[in-house]
Design a protein around this ligand. Structure first.
Ligand SMILES: *Cc1c(COP(=O)(O)O)cnc(C)c1O
Length: 452
């Protein structure tokens, strides 16, 4: 069948509003051309992020009503813990309020000055937490990942050779963990193969270094493995997921992605001593171990979300929907990071507006243009997000169109493709931007711009 059937029907609806071009112009000016500073009610289709923006199921809402809100030892925690143990095989399961809380706890314990943390590509909060601990984050993507046109099936892979070289150069004692992000968010939502994860495990074993997953999109990654990796097609997603986690010593997870909840995170650990220390920090800053800064109802929603995300009809719909948007853009002549990733389409902004140099933020220009033309909100992943603060400019200037889970229908996506095509037709009119105000870190969230 050609039609991508949504494996659900809609029971609750939320109106969205079209704005006039004049209104959008005013909104852009007021927000200093930073879409993070735009009110959601002024957005028609919000592809800013797939994080915490998913629609929960009737089962998740039912769980919310049933939740146990006891401070200690709540039933909801044990249901959540059991679910995570069953899916991942990890014995130590800590709930946190979101992914970055797991990262903060982990790197406060294993990071520190003089340490180096390799990753296929650090997500922005992961990078910031590694740096905040005093350690140095190093991205080691494979060469194919640097070429947007390259259709390597596992473009999220970490470069095993440069990983080995790095460990040899700085010494294993300075590398507290190797991290691999599945799927690779900053690198285009591209998957990592099982073969690559096994390779990382072997290198970590050889040097006695722990291996951690940034496992925000573990289910989407497993679906790509099932679809693309030799010899994996007959395995269940659940089985592949289990092998991915079995290869690691720990994982940080934002449940706002493949947990299909609006808030929540997880820290998974194998080491008893590390778990004890993480527990102490959790209690210090997040909350008691059986709720970790969340309500019992959040734990119920997570337990069910992590179960539902493993449904193969859901993953088929999910990954095909993303590819559907990517294919429409490609057909309109718009260059994207190929092949389409799991949770988002990444438009190549350098190719979109070659007349705007990286220092004038071509990605931000496309983001502003897309809002202006159709009220669609996207996000820049390029020099705004990763530049500044003495960082070298990133290899790619991208615009991410992230797909909230179970929220938009095919006609919403057709509309987005139409708005992008229209913008592409008028791309010569796009103008670069200049930053007029920026914070010391994570500047993309609050910086203000002026059009040149
Ligand atoms: C979202 C995300 C995080 C951080 O999670 P939050 O819940 O936003 O704190 C970390 N890593 C990756 C790959 C992510 O996509």
């Amino acid at each position: 069948m050609k039609t991508i059937i949504e494996p659900f029907k809609i029971k609750v609806v939320e109106p969205i509003h079209m704005t006039t071009p004049e209104q959008r112009e005013g909104v852009l000016q007021e927000a200093g051309f930073n879409l993070f500073l735009v009110k959601a009610r002024d957005v028609l289709i919000d592809l800013l992020t797939d994080s915490g923006t998913g629609a929960m199921s009737s089962e998740q809402w039912a769980g919310i009503m049933r939740a146990d809100e006891s401070y200690a030892g709540a039933e909801s925690f044990y249901r959540f813990e059991r679910q995570m143990q069953e899916i991942t095989g990890f014995t130590h399961v800590l709930p946190t309020h979101q992914g970055r809380a797991s990262e903060r706890i982990l790197f406060e314990l294993i990071g520190g000055a003089g340490k180096v943390v390799p990753n296929n590509a650090h997500f922005d909060t992961t990078r910031a937490n590694v740096e905040h601990s005093g350690a140095e984050p190093v991205d080691l993507p494979i060469d194919e990942a640097k070429d947007p046109k390259n259709r390597h099936p596992f473009k999220g892979n970490i470069n095993l050779q440069t990983l080995e070289d790095l460990i040899g150069r700085v010494g294993a004692d300075r590398v507290p963990a190797v991290m691999v992000t599945v799927t690779n968010n900053s690198g285009g939502g591209q998957p990592v193969s099982l073969e690559n994860l096994r390779g990382v495990r072997a290198i970590c074993d050889r040097h006695g270094i722990p291996f951690f997953l940034d496992a925000c999109r573990f289910a989407e990654n497993a679906w790509f493995i099932k679809m693309r990796e030799e010899g994996q097609g007959d395995r269940s997603v659940r089985d592949i997921v289990r092998e991915m986690f079995d290869l690691a010593d720990g994982a940080t997870i934002s449940a706002k992605k493949d947990g299909i909840v609006n808030i929540g995170g997880v820290l998974l650990l194998r080491d008893d001593a590390l778990f004890q220390n993480a527990t102490n920090l959790l209690i210090l800053t997040e909350g008691y171990v059986t709720y970790g800064g969340l309500a019992g109802r959040d734990l119920e929603a997570m337990a069910r979300g992590f179960e539902e995300v493993l449904r193969e009809d859901y993953l088929d719909y999910r990954i095909r929907s993303t590819a559907y948007l990517g294919n429409q853009l490609t057909e309109a002549g718009i260059a994207i990071v190929e092949p389409p990733g799991g949770h988002a389409i990444y438009v190549d902004a350098k190719a979109f507006c070659p007349h705007i140099p990286p220092a004038e933020f071509p990605g931000q220009a496309v983001v502003a243009g897309l809002y202006r033309i159709g009220g669609v909100r996207a996000v820049e992943i390029g020099s705004v997000m990763f530049g500044g603060g003495g960082h070298a400019p990133p290899a790619m200037e991208l615009v991410r169109l992230a797909m909230p889970r179970r929220v938009y229908t095919q006609s919403h996506i057709d509309y987005v493709a139409e708005a992008m095509s229209e913008l592409h037709a008028r791309r010569d009119t796009l103008r670069g931007l200049r930053i007029v105000d920026e914070p010391p870190a994570l500047r993309h969230f609050t910086a203000r711009f002026e059009e040149l």
